[in-house]
Design a binder for this molecule. Structure first.
Ligand code: NCD
Ligand code: ZN
Ligand code: ZN
Length: 426
């Protein structure tokens, strides 16, 4: 039994001081202002907010096969330190998660090591539609319309249409392969990392989202990053997520951090960033997802064409977003929707996304007044760096509770014995 005392909890749209009692089954038993029985473990959370644990629907924990960059243990440590209590892991591992058998193997790896709760995507290929249909309990299928890290890509229009209408939710990496290849040719011989934003210019994403919208089906556009995409998504009523790096960094950053901020889709202009923030505020954006894509420093230190695309982000999402709440860029209530409620609702994740009796006790305690500097040295991801090194934020993650177990406190992992559980998709 765990009792979290005196925390602020969202109750019917209002933050009220409450005590949360968690049962031995890892579920929230009762929430009350007073009169709760005490428990073996008590946390005094006076002055802190209790948020429903964040659900990150887009991470790359790299297991199996790419564990020099990350694995389920190190990735989930970073998640817990960042207040993320559930992750949905992407399929571009080695081998890629493209068959039911490979999905079952990944399940075993995650069950043995992942400290937070998890769900596992399958990846679409030109030939595995039937496998995807057979899979049990997956959040959906990831379909890469354009190539990116790994070798999963589906360019055949008819096959894309079949996937979009196969009965699964399809999370779409929307970049147009042909346009991208054409642009690549134009920049051959150049090596300034800034060309990344041009090779994968706004039109590359725009063309793919336009095509995806025409094909229709049960699709979700992930890491959408441009003004045009926001207009299309709003007009067509599509669901989408945006990443923290696209909200907080701009293309100029490529001049300062070089290939470290090379990712797909690339960083954009100030106008795009403003459009993303507007879309976050007006509800066009369904959720914030990190696209946590760790790569090693030595890989990022290579030349432009060799350096892999992707940045880590699962540990820094909430601190950055809490800071944005403090700066009144959005409300704490909106943030809870974007990082917990909506992801749970969109994917039908059972018993998650809310702090309420009967829900799983996945709780992130945050201190909105504390200030902290984000540092490479504090990153628990195997890659050991962040594009936000040196950023001062107000609003920190004080503790992460997963299924009723306190697994992280003040940035330190406090319990590696209990593992997270695979979530259940309705
Ligand atoms: C991702 C990776 O490294 O796996 N890279 C990236 O730049 N976003 C793949 C992806 O999501 O496109
Ligand atoms: Zn992607
Ligand atoms: Zn990704």
């Amino acid at each position: 039994m765990l009792l979290i005392k005196n925390c602020k909890v969202l109750v019917n749209g209002e933050f009220l001081e409450r005590n949360i009692l968690v049962g031995d089954d890892g579920k929230i038993e009762k929430i009350a202002a007073s009169g709760l029985k005490t428990a073996d473990d008590v946390i005094d959370a006076t002055g802190k907010y209790a948020l429903p644990g964040a659900i990150d629907i887009h991470v790359h924990f790299r297991e199996p096969g790419i564990t020099q960059k990350e694995d389920f243990l190190t990735g989930s440590r970073a998640a817990a330190a960042g207040g993320v209590t559930t992750i949905l892991d992407m399929p571009n591992t080695k081998p890629a998660t493209t068959t039911v058998a490979l999905l079952e193997e990944k399940r075993k790896l995650a069950a043995a090591k992942c400290l937070v709760n998890y769900g596992l995507y399958m990846g679409a290929t030109a030939t595995n539609l039937e496998e995807v249909k057979k899979a049990i309990n997956i959040p959906g299928v990831k379909l890469y319309m354009g190539s990116t890290t790994g070798d999963l890509v589906v360019t055949d229009k008819e096959m894309i249409r079949k996937f979009f209408h196969c009965g699964r939710k399809v999370v779409v990496h929307a970049e147009d392969e042909e346009l991208m290849k054409k642009n690549s040719e134009m920049f051959k011989g150049q090596s300034d990392p800034s060309i990344h934003a041009k090779i994968r210019g706004n039109e590359v994403a725009g063309a793919a989202v336009r095509e995806a919208a025409i094909i229709g089906g049960n699709i979700h556009i992930t890491h959408s990053s441009t003004r045009e995409e926001m207009m299309l998504i709003k007009a067509k009523g599509l669901s989408c997520d945006v990443t923290p790096h696209h909200l907080f960094l701009m293309a100029e950053e490529l001049k300062k951090q070089g290939n470290y901020v090379k990712m797909n889709p690339p960083l954009r202009s100030k106008e795009d960033v403003e459009a993303l923030w507007d879309a976050v505020k007006d509800g066009t954006v369904s959720c914030i997802a990190t696209d946590h894509a760790p790569h090693l420093r030595e890989e990022k230190e290579q030349g432009y064409w060799e350096a892999p695309s992707g940045v880590p982000g699962v540990q820094t999402m909430l601190p950055l977003m809490l800071d944005a709440v403090n700066k009144k860029r959005l409300s704490l209530q909106q943030l809870i929707k974007l990082t917990s409620e909506n992801p749970a609702a969109m994917f039908g994740i059972k018993n998650k996304g809310k702090i309420a009796a009967g829900y799983d006790a996945d709780i992130t305690l945050v201190d909105m007044k504390e200030e902290k500097t984000i540092k490479n040295d504090d990153m628990l991801s195997k890659c050991g760096w962040t594009p936000f090194d040196g950023w001062k934020v107000k609003g920190v993650v004080a503790a992460a509770v997963v299924n009723g177990n306190v697994i992280c406190s003040n940035g330190e992992i406090t319990n590696e014995k209990v593992k997270g559980k695979e979530v259940i998709f309705a």
